[in-house]
Design a protein. Structure first.
Length: 474
């Protein structure tokens, strides 16, 4: 006899576990199935984000920044460090502890919200008038029956066709977060978000990092002015970034040899101790047995959904990395909440225009809304204003004055259309602009709000003032 639930969620990453909790808060009986295993074979809910993504990468980012500051930044503050030494085991161990705290936190939240958790793989068996039968294969084998199904099975790293990941020399994000000795020479294929974040972490720890990117333009999705500034700063830090390359044969032996041609067509060969391949991700529908119920995938393998995350099947929904849209944890979470609310008859909503993006390099890059190149392409008349952190008192006191805040506002109405930040704590600073855009504020609204002094957020106010050419401190 199957166990009955109002909602069964398959996948316990940010999309799935948040959907499960919200559905339970709304009074439904909820099961969440997740197959991720920790190193002891036990459950490790939280998905890519918690286990091999957002959380461990930010733990290493913090540790590697401390190391770099101790080695290169403290002296300016009059702090002398003698005998500085890297204990990589301790650093990786701390990262693992942070991950485990998050896994345990999610299990606790499931208990608190009365979500029944199943550790194993969930798959469709069949459907009938009462709903969908789902099998769980794992620690125990179960049969579940759900009126509504939410699919949140996430994504997997894309490998180069000729070179599978071995996670020893050729690394996906999983291996890149667990290198057991700092490589002397680290190669990275793909100058996207993972390539830049992980490349920066290992550079700070002492690796010589070369990033090989196929596209001719650096960070094409980022506002051009910000991307140019980022390229300048990262190059100054010592990251070697080669644009417009074409990757040829890759040989894996004691080290990894990468053959490629540069933007001018000239052939090169480089040897690396480790190679990170970060060339995007593919949706994960493996093992769902989607064919059994006739679930439609799109031409790229994502689960086909409408704007409200409804799939091709009645009462089957899909959220997060396994559907169209940006591969971001907070986008997955917002979709999860909205779907749970829709199932409960409410009007959940996700505003795709105000989803913030952050690249956790140093300095961080964060933005919301349109870039200048998008506004030009769409023929929208706009005004721009920017303010450099160099002119911000708090940034000077911090000793971190690189970058700027840039505002783009409608030429007629002054409504904020986009905000772009490269600089210290950009990931935190962007929240103010997200709120402003949600409330359809004008640049003038931000310019008239009192911001604490001295704070980095004053750069946001000053950039808003700059839209009208009336910055006070620059
Ligand atoms: P996932 O997190 O991938 O979770 C899916 C879960 O479903 C997994 O646990 C998987 O095991 C499970 N599953 C799959 N199929 C089945 C099945 N049939 N049965 C049972 N379980 C199944 N995003 C940000 O917003 N900020 C960041 O800083 C950030 N950093 C990142 C750093 C790295 C290195 C990487 C790789 C990604 C990062 N991301 C970041 C992206 C973020 O991790 C994803 O967007 C997010 O995890 C997507 O959530 P999800 O719930 O859709 O899928
Ligand atoms: P990405 O899409 O950000 O970057 C991939 C890069 O690889 C692109 O610049 C692409 O042009 C390049 N590329 C593709 N094929 C190539 C080839 N054959 N040779 C050379 N270059 C090639 O993908 P990435 O970095 O793998 O990250 C995947 C996703 O994970 C991101 O889209 C992002 O949404 C998410 N993520 C988010 C983070 C955040 O929010 N801070 C952090 C890390 C990942």
């Amino acid at each position: 006899m199957s166990k009955q639930f109002d909602v069964i969620v398959i996948g316990g990453g940010p999309g799935g576990y948040i959907a499960a909790i919200r559905a339970a808060q709304l009074g439904m009986s909820v099961a969440c199935i997740d197959e991720w295993k920790n190193d002891k074979g036990g459950p490790a809910p939280g998905g890519t984000c918690t286990n091999v993504g957002c959380i461990p990468s930010k733990a290493l980012l913090q540790s590697s920044e401390h190391f770099e500051h101790a080695g290169h930044g403290f002296a300016e503050h009059g702090i002398e460090v003698k005998g500085l030494k890297l204990n990589l085991d301790q650093m990786l161990g701390r990262k693992d502890t942070v991950v485990k705290q998050n896994n345990d936190g999610i299990l606790y939240l499931f208990k608190k919200n009365k979500v029944t958790f199943f550790h194993g793989r969930g798959a469709f068996v069949k459907s009938d008038a009462e709903g969908y039968e789902i099998s769980v294969t794992g620690a125990t084998n179960e049969s579940l029956k759900g009126k509504h199904i939410i699919l949140a099975t996430g994504s997997n790293p894309r490998a180069l066709p000729s070179t599978p990941f071995d996670e020893k020399l050729v690394l996906s994000n999983t291996g890149a977060l667990a290198i057991d000795a700092v490589p002397k020479k680290l190669g990275v294929i793909g100058a996207g978000v993972i390539g830049l974040e992980m490349g920066s972490v290992w550079r700070r720890l002492g690796a010589e990092v070369t990033i090989l990117e196929a596209m001719p333009t650096f960070l094409g999705a980022v506002d051009e002015q910000i991307a140019k500034e980022a390229h300048k700063l990262f190059t100054k830090q010592g990251l070697v970034i080669e644009m417009g390359v074409q990757i040829g044969e890759i040989k894996v032996g004691k080290e990894v040899t990468v053959n490629y041609t540069d933007a001018d067509g000239k052939a090169h060969k480089q040897q690396f101790d480790r190679l990170i391949v970060s060339i995007g991700r593919v949706p994960n529908t493996i093992g769902l047995n989607a064919e059994a119920v006739g679930l439609t995938l799109d031409e790229r393998g994502f689960i086909a959904v409408d704007a409200d995350c409804r799939s091709s099947l009645p009462n089957v929904w899909a959220v997060g990395d396994v559907v169209r849209g940006p591969l971001l944890a907070h986008k997955a979470e917002e979709e999860g909440v909205a779907v749970a609310e829709r199932i409960a008859g409410q009007h959940g909503h996700v505003n795709f225009n105000t989803i913030p993006w952050v690249i956790y390099t140093s300095p961080e890059i964060a933005w919301v809304g349109k870039t200048e190149q998008q506004l030009k392409a769409e023929g929208i008349a706009y005004k721009a204003g920017s303010f450099p952190f160099m002119a911000n008192g708090r940034a000077r006191a911090l000793g971190d004055t690189s970058g700027m805040v840039k505002f783009l506002a409608d030429a007629t109405s002054d409504e904020i259309l986009g905000v772009h930040i490269i600089g210290p704590m950009a990931s935190e600073l962007i929240a103010e602009s997200v709120v402003a855009m949600e409330f359809r504020a004008s640049a003038e609204d931000i310019a008239r709000i009192c911001h604490a002094h001295p704070s980095l957020s004053e750069a946001t106010k000053e950039a808003a003032l700059a839209v009208d050419k009336r910055s006070l401190n620059f």
